[in-house]
Design a binder for this molecule. Structure first.
Ligand code: FES
Ligand code: FE2
Length: 460
C-alpha cells in the first residue's frame, strides 16, 4: 500500500533528477483525500465520526450559543439555563435561520426568527406561532448530536447513533495529584499535518532546538535513536538519547484516529525518572478540510511536570504554554524563530503527500498514515473499527511519557547497541499486559524499571 497518491512517471518525475527544473515541477498534485478529507460521507470523515471528539472547552459556553464547524458540518453548541449542553444543526428546522442568533432558555435554545424552541436532543418543544402546536412538537426532530462533558471539555459523538461507543477512560485520568487543564487552539490547515507533528521526533531536534534555539529541552539537540511501533488502537514513537551515564527513553502515543499523548516537553534527563507521564493529552479535530482544532489538556502536577516548567496561566482558549503554537507573534519573529504553527501551516492548506520525500526518520508519519488508511478502508468495507473497541474497553493503558535510567557507556560496547538494548528492555516492561491497568499498572511498571535499572532518582 502506498502512502502517496499515485503519480504516473511524468516529465515532472524525470525533472526531479536534474537541477533548475521548477518549470517542469510547477503543477501541484491533488491532496491525499483518503486521509485528509473528513466531511460528511467521506471515508476518513466516517471513520472519525465513530469516536468521541472534543468540540470545545466548557468555559467557551457563556450566555450565547456558539456557532461551531466540525468535520465540515455547521452546528451550534449551547448550554441551557438548567445546565445541559446541546449540539444542534445550525440552521433552524423552520426556515433555516442560524441558531447562533437564538436565545438560551431554561430548557432549550429558541430560534430568533419565529421562536421555535429546541431541546438539547433536537426535540422541538414549541412552535409558538402555530395554532396547532402538536403538528410538529415531538413528531419532528431537529438534527442533534450527543455530548459528554468531562474535565472542562465537551465531547461530541457524530457517528451512527446505534454505534455510539462508551466514553473512553484513559489511565492518565487517575494520576494522583494531576490536574487536567483544558486548552484549544485553531489552526488554519488540514488536521493530519498538525497531528503528525507528535510522531515526528526529528522536528524536535531541528525546529525546536537547532534552528530556532532551545524551545523545550536542551537535550533535543541530539538526534535520537528512533523507533516506531504499533500498539493496541494505534502506534507510538520512541526517541532514545544518551545523557552522561543515563539513557532517556521518550515515548509519544498516537491512538487512532487523532489522539496524542505526548511526553514531558522540558525533560532534561538530569536524573532517573521511572515512567513519567508526560505533558499533554490532545486531539487534533478537523473543523473542515483546511482548518483544525488542537484541543485537550495540559497536565500539571508532580508526576507530569516534575521540573515545574509549565505555566497554567497561559493555558486556555487560543493559548498554551508552549511557544510557537499560534500566529500570535510578529511575522518577522515567526520567520526568525519559527514554531510548530509556522512549520505546519506552511506545509500548504492541505499538505501534498505526493510531493514529499519521506525518509527513515519519517517512520512515525509513514506508520501513522498506514494504520489510518487501513482503518479507514476497513470501515468503508464494512469492518468495524478495532480502535474504537480498544478505547471502550475499561481503563485504556497509554505509554506516552519519559523514562530515564542509569546505563553508563560500556568499554568495548557500541553505545548505539547499548541504547537499543535499554530501549527494548524499557518497552518490554511498559507494554507488558501483565502489569494490569491504571494506577496499579503505573506502580508495577515503576517497580520493574527500578529493579531492572538500579539507581537513585525520582520515583513518584
Ligand atoms: S426560522 Fe427559526 S423559527 Fe422560523
Ligand atoms: Fe513540535
Amino acid at each position: 500500500m502506498s502512502d502517496r497518491t499515485t503519480e504516473a512517471p511524468t516529465r515532472h518525475a524525470r525533472s526531479l533528477r536534474q537541477p533548475y527544473q521548477q518549470y517542469h515541477q510547477r503543477s501541484v498534485p491533488a491532496e491525499d483525500a483518503e486521509l485528509t478529507h473528513t466531511g460528511p460521507g467521506t471515508p476518513c470523515g466516517e471513520y472519525m465520526r465513530r469516536f468521541w471528539q472534543p468540540v470545545a472547552m466548557s468555559s467557551e459556553l457563556k450566555d450565547m450559543p456558539l456557532p461551531v464547524r466540525l468535520l465540515g458540518e455547521d452546528l451550534v453548541l449551547f448550554r441551557t439555563g438548567d445546565g445541559r449542553v446541546g449540539l444542534l444543526e445550525r440552521h433552524c428546522s423552520h426556515r433555516g435561520t442560524s441558531l447562533e442568533f437564538g436565545r438560551l432558555e431554561q430548557n432549550g435554545l429558541r430560534c430568533c426568527y419565529h421562536g421555535w424552541l429546541y431541546d438539547v436532543d433536537g426535540t422541538i418543544l414549541e412552535t409558538p406561532g402555530e395554532a396547532n402546536p402538536k403538528a410538529l412538537c415531538g413528531r419532528v426532530f431537529h438534527g442533534a448530536y450527543p455530548l459528554h462533558e468531562f474535565q472542562g471539555l465537551i465531547f461530541a459523538y457524530m457517528g451512527p447513533p446505534e454505534k455510539k461507543p462508551a466514553f473512553p477512560h484513559f489511565d492518565i485520568f487517575d494520576l494522583p495529584g494531576d490536574r487536567l487543564v483544558p486548552y484549544a487552539i485553531n489552526t488554519p490547515c488540514n488536521w493530519l499535518q498538525v497531528h503528525e507533528n507528535a510522531v515526528d521526533p526529528a522536528h524536535g531536534v531541528f525546529l525546536h532546538t537547532i534552528i530556532s534555539g532551545t524551545q523545550f529541552s536542551t537535550q533535543f539537540a541530539k538526534v535520537p535513536l528512533m523507533e516506531f511501533h504499533e500498539e493496541p488502537g494505534g502506534m507510538f514513537c520512541v526517541s532514545t538519547r544518551r545523557v552522561d551515564d543515563r539513557v532517556w527513553v521518550r515515548i509519544n502515543d498516537a491512538l487512532l484516529p487523532n489522539l496524542m499523548r505526548f511526553a514531558y516537553a522540558w525533560e532534561e534527563a538530569e536524573q532517573v525518572l521511572l515512567f513519567g507521564r508526560g505533558s499533554g493529552t490532545k486531539w487534533t479535530v478537523p473543523l473542515d478540510d483546511t482548518n483544525c482544532r488542537t484541543i485537550g489538556w495540559r497536565h500539571f502536577g508532580e508526576l507530569s511536570d516534575p521540573r515545574k516548567m509549565g505555566n497554567e496561566a497561559e493555558v486556555g482558549l487560543e493559548t498554551v504554554d508552549f511557544m510557537g503554537q499560534t500566529a500570535d507573534r510578529p511575522y518577522d519573529e515567526r520567520q526568525r524563530v519559527p514554531g510548530d504553527f509556522d512549520a505546519q501551516v506552511s506545509q500548504r492548506p492541505i499538505a501534498i503527500h505526493a510531493r514529499e520525500h519521506l525518509v527513515a526518520s519519517d517512520g512515525g508519519v509513514t506508520l501513522l498514515r498506514r494504520l489510518l488508511r487501513q482503518a479507514v478502508r476497513d470501515l468503508a468495507a464494512g469492518r468495524d473499527t478495532t480502535a474504537v473497541d480498544v478505547l471502550s474497553s475499561g481503563v485504556v493503558s497509554t505509554l506516552g511519557g519519559d523514562t530515564v535510567v542509569i546505563a553508563p557507556p560500556q568499554p568495548g560496547v557500541d553505545d548505539k547497541v547499548l541504547m537499543q538494548d535499554v530501549t527494548a528492555r524499557v518497552l518490554a516492561i511498559l507494554t507488558d499486559p501483565a502489569n494490569g491497568a491504571g494506577e496499579a499498572r503505573r506502580k508495577r511498571v515503576q517497580e520493574r524499571l527500578a529493579k531492572t535499572f538500579p539507581g537513585l532518582g525520582r520515583i513518584a
